[in-house]
Design a protein around this ligand. Sequence first.
Ligand code: VGL
Ligand code: ZN
Length: 204
Amino acid sequence: MNGLILVDIQKDFCKNGALEVKDGDTIVPIANKLIELFKEKGEMIIGTKDWHPSSHKSFAVNSDQKIGEAGQLNGLYQIWWPVHCVQNENGAEFHSKLHPIENIVYKGENPEIDSYSAFFDNGKKHKTSLDDILKKNNIDTLYIMGLATDYCVKFTVLDALELGYKVYLIEDGCKGVDIFPEDSKKAINEMKNKGAVIINSNNI
Ligand code: VGL
Ligand code: ZN
C-alpha cells in the first residue's frame, strides 16, 4: 500500500516565517493536488510537524550561539536555528492554504536533541509513532515531499529507506534551506544514491 508523507509544511518554514525556506510556499499547491489524489484512492496521508518546546536547545538563543553557525549539542553536530515551530504557536501551524490532513506525527519535542527525521531523533534514541502507523496500515511504499530538502526531508527519506520502505521523493514538492551552497542538490543525490526514486509530481 502507498502512503503520502508531507514533511513540515508549517508557517515558520514558509514566507515570512521564523525559519523561512526560499520559495517554501510554492510547494503548497503540489501538496494539495496530491492530498486530493491520495484521498480519492483511499490511501493514507500523514503530515509531520516540527514541534519544539520554547526551551529547545537547537535554538541559538537557548544555547548561547549564533544562528546559522554549527556546534555540538549533547555530543551531536548541531546547526543553531532561530526559534521556530514552538508547540501550539502560530508558526507551528500548517500553511494556511494546505488542505486538511487527518494524521499528524510530531517530532522534536525533547529539548536536548534535534529531530530532523520523522522516524527518529538525530541520535536515533527515540522513535516516533510514524513507523508503527505505517506498518499497522500495511504501507510499504512512501511518496515524500515537503520542507526542508536538506534537513527534515532528507533524514526522513534516509530513515525510511533504512527501515525497508520503497521511497519516491517528489523533487518539485521540496525546497531547501541551503545554508551551505548546493546542500539541497547534494541531499537529493544522497537520497538517490541510497535508493530513493526521484520523481516529479506530474508523474504520480
Ligand atoms: C527543519 C531545521 C530545523 C526542517 C526543522 O523541517 O527541515 N530544519 N528544524
Ligand atoms: Zn526544528
